[in-house]
Design a protein around this ligand. Sequence first.
Ligand SMILES: NC(=O)c1ccc[n+]([C@@H]2O[C@H](COP(=O)([O-])OP(=O)(O)OC[C@H]3O[C@@H](n4cnc5c(N)ncnc54)[C@H](OP(=O)(O)O)[C@@H]3O)[C@@H](O)[C@H]2O)c1
Length: 245
Amino acid sequence: MERILVLGAYSGIGQAVLNILAKRNSKLFLVGRDQEKLRIVEEHLRVVGNSELFYFAMDLNEIESHKELLEKAIKQMNGLDTVFVCYGILPNQRELEQNPDKSIENYYTNALSTIHFVSLAANYFEAMHKGTIAVVTSVAGDRGRKSNYFYGSAKGCVDIFLEGLRHRLFGKNVKVVTIKPGVVDTPMTKDLDKKVFVSQPEEVAKDIVRALESNKDVVYTPWFWKYIMKVIRLMPSKIFYRLDF
Ligand SMILES: NC(=O)c1ccc[n+]([C@@H]2O[C@H](COP(=O)([O-])OP(=O)(O)OC[C@H]3O[C@@H](n4cnc5c(N)ncnc54)[C@H](OP(=O)(O)O)[C@@H]3O)[C@@H](O)[C@H]2O)c1
């Protein structure tokens, strides 16, 4: 019975992933900061699936409580196999340009708290000689763009961190998976002017569950973002800066 800790359990993408995982007779420990939302998700998963469920409400920016959270999950599930990180915020780029002091929450939520928790989980898995860490970052972390470089730089920071962690844990039976979705139709993007290449969370969730089981290091979802981002990364700056995105 796989034991999975999910940070960001009632996020749009997290819920879609849990809808799949809950049917697999696993043990799932759900974390989010709103007790009532967690209770509702847990109740729903209990109906649709056959997994054993636990939940705990906390603000994941309270990094001083991360150790306690990890210990609680390990204790309640009698061990831990996978940590799946799927929480974050999408700040208003224009607002942060004008008030950079407000960017602290962006870096705290989207980078620092993730890096802190994942570091603790990595030490646990390294000592256990097994485990999987999967973190949802974003295609936005692949290249700085004027429309979202505060968010993108936080996600890119986590990408580099995970790459280094993967290097450290190479050959130690601990898998580190970076998951990079494109634009997904969730509460996070409800105010965006979404035009093309918008995916549904259910579609992305299938890729994520496959990624948890695969040996891939970095997974773009849906798959075509790998090629879109390759073009964007390789585009000469002289052309790139003329694009309005
Ligand atoms: N949607 C996209 O287009 C897209 C694309 C690429 C990557 N992603 C990434 O995918 C992940 C999931 O996002 P989503 O699209 O599913 O958006 P979402 O539905 O808005 O979910 C974001 C979740 O993060 C939680 N959260 C934020 N700060 C937190 C904190 N300090 N402690 C605990 N929970 C916190 C929110 O909880 P509250 O509701 O309590 O605030 C919310 O449940 C995020 O990492 C996001 O950056 C999304």
